[in-house]
Design a protein around this ligand. Structure first.
Ligand code: FPP
Length: 246
């Protein structure tokens, strides 16, 4: 509903969603098709992350959430997990200037329990560094699962009931929202998934109830400003009814 048209000079007639979420898929496939190791795909994926973050910030997106590592991804080979977290740690240091220059405020969306101390340290440092930035909020979903987020929220709600701070009959949608990891983040208006897949894969299950879905055929390392603009153009053609009669 809350969206703004951007002038032709900025990027064509784009309708810029207030909130965008991305399932960055196809790093492995891209690497394989180029005859490279899977990790090279993840490495190239960082360039696509940088482009997407800076372009979304430039166009005035208020919140962007990127699915970088799911709770299910812990089942990948340990070597790939280690390499992915190595890249993530590098990203959290090397991209600081990009985040600051674009006034991006970083947030971690996900569980902290299984993250290594050195990952947490860099994550917390980047979150703290960017905490006063007033521009786009960037949620990095790391060790994230939509079901796990709801389980964690339900546990906290149950604890509040047991402590006598909450009546079961008073639990409503606002209560559940308030117990998500970042209740302040607006629900995604647009959910983009690359590599042609059309699955939600346990991403932002509560928040994507009314998100418009855009499947991009290209793999994540090939995703650039042109593909982002195409997603926004596609979004601009949708009629959003939210279950009502328009
Ligand atoms: C999916 O591709 C991608 C991931 C599981 C990881 C995403 C990570 C990055 C883009 C790089 C690091 C990110 C940040 C924010 C520093 P896949 O491996 O499932 O690809 P496939 O389906 O083709 O095998």
């Amino acid at each position: 509903m809350k969206e703004r048209a951007v002038s032709r000079s900025a990027a064509g007639d784009l309708v810029v969603p207030r909130s965008v979420a991305v399932i960055m898929d196809g790093n492995g496939r891209w690497a394989k098709s180029a005859g490279l190791e899977r990790i090279r795909g993840h490495e190239r994926g960082i360039d696509a992350v940088r482009t997407t973050v800076t372009e979304c910030a430039r166009l005035g997106v208020e919140a962007l959430v990127l699915y970088a590592f799911s709770e299910e991804n812990w089942q990948r080979p340990q070597r790939e997990i280690d390499l992915l977290f190595g890249l993530l740690k590098r990203f959290l240091v090397e991209e600081r200037d990009t985040l600051m220059q674009n006034r991006v405020r970083l947030l971690h969306v996900g569980r902290r329990q299984r993250l290594a101390p050195d990952v947490l340290e860099r994550l917390d440092a980047a979150v703290a560094l960017t905490a006063n930035n007033a521009g786009m909020r960037l949620g990095l979903a790391i060790a994230y699962g939509g079901r796990q987020e709801l389980v964690d929220g339900v546990q906290r709600i149950a604890a509040a009931v047991r402590a006598g701070r909450l009546e079961p009959a008073a639990i409503d949608e606002a209560t559940v929202r308030a117990h998500l990891y970042h209740p302040e983040l607006p629900d995604p208006d647009l959910l983009i998934r690359t590599a042609g897949e059309q699955r939600i894969s346990n991403f932002l299950l509560w928040q994507t109830s009314y998100a418009e879905f855009h499947a991009c055929a290209k793999c994540w390392p090939e995703f650039g400003a042109a593909e982002l603009h195409e997603a926004f153009r596609d979004y601009g053609r949708r009629t959003r009814k939210f279950g009502k009669v328009p």
